[in-house]
Design a protein around this ligand. Structure first.
Ligand SMILES: Cc1ncc(COP(=O)(O)O)c(C=O)c1O
Length: 383
């Protein structure tokens, strides 16, 4: 994957930096496009990656945007995304953000509480607008993923309690809003598709209930969540969109006028991004071999935040034998650890280290903690 020419280029760039392989991204986008029917629409979850070049490529495949702040909407509009292709989710939208979404005529709001719905109605009235909303429902489904990226179980803050769906038709009577959809997102990095089967069943019964109670739903937004292979990324660079999309297309009882919306993030961009670092120090302490990199949790917080494990490779080692290492960053936190007891080719100061599968929730979650600089991004077509 990393040819001598690319390594040569990497060696000329100051580390750390993000590297994006746009072929991997395009192959995923093509695969996804091939799986979609006329009744499907994908809104890319911009929180997973807000890099302008990445978004521009995604836009060229006709995807819309799933935004969670007015700044994300602003950013995507500046890149040429059309308001009618932007949906706005998030459990805590401020009045100012709601006003921004309404004025900019976005496709619809994914509203997460009846309290928020009333605020949207009030602001819409003041602006003399009729605003389309989808109601995010928490279906109370346990998904087999890290607790901190589960979003659809009863103790999560997202959406309305499914036992309150009887209130939805009543709230649709509020002036200046129109409930046109239902919305779910049960969690992220789901490899096992069973929870999505459960989601379809729940979605069907909600649709039936709303229909029986006089509320016509246009779009069923099932969120994102499809997982990627972090352990063996090189053999699984493409996501299993076929199984994922067809599951919903086959299981949701869709009427002609209705469509299924998806909000995919990780499965589109996860495998195309890499964090490239240099080893600053290789030290032994109490019998442990530490490799101290020049990138840390400020560049990739997932291991510290979610105990996530990324594949790590040394692409310039001069050795052939392997050793076990704790691969850590320079930040003054013990959680600034990418991997412990990680089997890696013998590594020395100055070697280039690649952390794989960083395209999603990598650059977009990075910070300036310890007042470290933002890092640059490079792309396979221009590097
Ligand atoms: C509401 C919502 N939709 C979509 C996504 C994207 O999820 P994923 O990147 O797992 O596809 C998220 C991620 O947290 C989300 O909160």
């Amino acid at each position: 994957m990393f040819t001598p020419e690319i390594i040569d280029r990497f060696n000329k760039i100051s580390t750390p930096f993000y590297y994006y392989d746009l072929n991997i991204l395009e192959n995923n986008l093509k695969l996804l496009s091939d799986c979609l029917t006329k009744s499907n629409k994908v809104h890319f979850s911009v929180k997973s990656n807000s890099n302008s070049n990445i978004l521009t490529l995604i836009k060229s495949y006709g995807l819309g945007i799933d935004a969670v702040s007015s700044n994300e909407i602003k950013h995507c509009k500046a890149l040429g995304f059309n308001s009618k292709d932007i949906v706005f989710a998030g459990v805590g939208k401020s009045d100012k953000e709601i006003e921004y979404g309404i004025i900019n005529n976005i496709a619809y709001f994914n509203v997460e509480s009846f309290q928020e719905l009333e605020v949207v109605a009030r602001i819409s009235k003041r602006l003399s607008k009729k605003t389309k909303v989808s109601i995010r429902i928490n279906p109370n489904i346990k998904s087999d993923t890290h607790k901190k990226i589960q979003t659809g179980s009863s103790d999560d803050k997202f959406g309305i309690d499914i036992n309150d769906i009887s209130l939805i038709p009543k709230f649709n009577k509020l002036e200046n809003i129109k409930i046109t959809g239902i919305h779910f997102h049960i969690g992220s990095q789901l490899i096992n598709l069973n929870p999505f089967h459960e989601l379809c069943e729940i979605s069907n019964s909600v649709l039936k209930y709303l229909n029986d109670n006089g509320l016509k739903i246009n779009n069923i937004n099932v969120g994102g969540g499809l997982g990627i292979d972090y352990e063996n990324p090189e053999n699984n660079l493409l996501s299993n969109f076929k199984n994922f999309i067809s599951l919903f297309n086959n299981k949701i009882n869709l009427e002609r006028s209705q469509s299924i919306h998806f909000e995919l993030g990780r499965s589109i961009v996860g495998q195309c991004g890499f964090l490239i670092s240099k080893i600053l120090y290789s030290k032994k302490s109490y019998g442990r071999n530490f490799l101290i990199l020049d990138s840390g949790m400020n560049n990739l917080i997932r291991p510290a935040l979610y105990d996530s494990r990324h594949k790590i490779s040394n692409i310039t080692s001069k050795h052939t034998n392997y050793s076990k290492y704790d691969v850590v960053g320079p930040i003054c936190e013990s959680s600034d650890t990418f991997a412990t007891d990680y089997r890696l080719i013998k590594s020395d100061r100055g070697d280039l280290i690649v952390i794989h599968s960083c395209g999603a929730y990598g650059e977009s979650m990075s910070s300036n903690y310890n007042l470290r600089d933002n890092i640059n991004s490079y792309f396979s077509d221009t590097i």
